[in-house]
Design a protein around this ligand. Structure first.
Ligand SMILES: [Cu+2]
Length: 112
């Protein structure tokens, strides 16, 4: 009985992230704007394999945990990760390995 309740609660908690892509896109647009207006060097990464808001939250948290990272925006739908960082403290390779530490593959997006 308790076990069933716990499982039900876990499903209830994890569902909104999967069911709400619109809110996620809006959050990304807002975060991407903060990256654009932030000081520092900007880089765009492509992150492969993200499929829901939990994935982008995980990648965002990993990048924000890197010393020298100023602002982060991650969109699981397009795989885009926009980052503003202090080039004196951190480089792109360190950002890529921070993402890969979460289990996703990251590559630097080629400049258009
Ligand atoms: Cu996910």
């Amino acid at each position: 009985m308790l076990r069933t309740l716990a499982l039900g609660a876990a499903l209830f908690v994890s569902t909104p992230a999967l069911a709400c892509p619109m809110a996620d896109a809006a959050a990304f647009a807002k975060a991407a704007e903060q990256v654009q207006t932030a000081d520092g060097t900007k880089v765009s990464l492509t992150v492969a394999g993200m499929h829901c808001g939990d994935c982008s939250t995980k990648v965002t948290a990993a990048l924000q945990g890197v010393d020298g990272v100023i602002a982060v925006a991650v969109d699981y739908q397009t795989g885009a990760a926009e980052i503003a960082y202090d080039a004196a403290k951190v480089d792109v390779a360190a950002l890529v390995s921070a993402v890969e530490g979460t289990g996703f593959q990251a590559t630097k997006k080629q400049d258009a």
